[in-house]
Design a protein around this ligand. Structure first.
Ligand code: 5GP
Ligand code: MN
Length: 341
């Protein structure tokens, strides 16, 4: 494996850390398992190294991640706006985890980051990292930011004394970003990392159940409804399109994170290689959130950049549109006609 960080960057990072007084750790909007896992892991590691750090996220994370050690301390801009703004304003070192550009944290936090005087450190695995950090540790070949972080910790000497809770957080990100090791996880290093985490006595089977087997009734009711009533299969293009309205969201009494992972399900159908999931944003009126998944060489990230103001990884990407759900579905059909095969 190529070195995770050059010797010069290693010294720069250690220097930044030694001098920092007010550290915050941030992640992208609509934080997922990798975002919560990597930020909570880093917070615990920094504490172990004698540094205090606060995690600030743009908005809520799904309920099935609440049990993660340290998750209950996360400051959310949408809920604790004043506290988050004050933390961002006085920070002198900001860790940017699981995102490659300030705008991925949303308008409010994105602006705060862009205008901040703080030094930034990126730890991420998305393609095309923007140039806004003093140290950029970006490895798109890796399965998750948690994997990047563990290699970084090893290189920095921070994983000596890796704790059970740190290892648990890191495992969550690796597990969720790979669909429990069903995609983006064929590199041997992934399993070397897992071995390292298992040596800290994490209970990987329990972590799986905590994340994947704690769904609400509404999640399974609407899963049935979406697959039976709403899923549109565009067989000619080997693709699937599912839409979800806010009215349906309320009707099924859904909670944050209840539709997580639905976009993956149509890929289980023989002959379907591309899946698009559109949902009305529950907070911003007129905004449609787009999630896409594909297999093999269908580039979801290019499709999202071209049609949905977004990007991401080759087989898992997203974006958003400002229009009605019907208009978004029409755009999605055009995108599918171009990219589906
Ligand atoms: P999800 O479908 O789980 O929301 O997102 C899948 C992946 O797509 C994320 O890991 C992220 O890399 C990428 N992604 C989602 N939304 C956006 C977006 O608006 N812009 C960019 N550049 N990438 C996105
Ligand atoms: Mn990630």
């Amino acid at each position: 494996m190529a070195p995770i960080i050059s010797p010069t960057e290693r010294d720069t990072l250690q220097g930044l850390l030694n001098n920092a007084q007010q550290i915050i750790i941030t992640a992208h909007q609509n934080p997922d398992g990798d975002a919560v896992g990597s930020t909570t892991a880093l917070q615990q590691v920094l504490r172990r190294l004698g540094k205090e750090a606060t995690i600030v996220m743009p908005n809520d994370f799904p309920d099935f991640l609440r049990w993660i050690p340290g998750a209950n301390e996360i400051v959310r801009c949408n809920k604790q706006a004043d506290e988050a703004a004050a933390l961002l304003a006085k920070a002198d070192l900001v860790f940017c985890l699981d995102y490659n550009a300030p705008h991925r944290t949303g308008d409010e936090m994105g602006t705060a980051l862009t205008t901040s005087e703080a030094k930034m450190v990126m730890v991420d695995h998305h393609l095309d990292p923007a140039d806004f950090c003093a140290v950029t540790v970006s490895h798109p070949e890796m399965c998750s930011t948690c994997e990047v972080l563990l290699h970084l910790m090893n290189a920095m000497g921070w994983s000596e004394g890796l704790t059970h809770d740190e290892a648990t957080s890191l495992y969550v990100g690796m597990m969720t970003d790979t669909g429990a090791f069903t995609y983006a996880s064929s590199r041997p290093e992934v399993y070397e990392c897992i071995s390292q985490l298992l040596r800290c006595h994490i209970d990987k089977d329990k972590i799986y159940r905590n994340v994947f087997w704690t769904g609400t009734e509404g999640r399974y009711r609407i899963m049935g409804y979406l697959l039976y009533v709403k899923m549109e299969l565009l067989h000619r293009h080997h693709a699937s399109l599912i839409t979800l309205t806010n009215q349906e969201y309320r009707q099924f009494k859904l909670k944050n994170g209840d539709t997580e992972g639905f976009v993956n399900i149509p890929l289980e159908i023989d002959g379907i290689n591309l899946s698009v999931f559109l949902r009305e944003d529950t907070e911003v009126k007129g905004k449609i959130r787009v999630s896409t998944r594909s297999v093999d060489d269908i580039p979801c990230n290019e499709m999202c950049a071209e049609f949905f103001n977004g990007g991401g990884h080759k087989n898992a990407a997203g974006g958003s549109l400002m229009c009605t759900l019907e208009e978004a579905a029409d755009i999605a059909r055009k995108a599918i006609a171009k990219y589906g095969k």
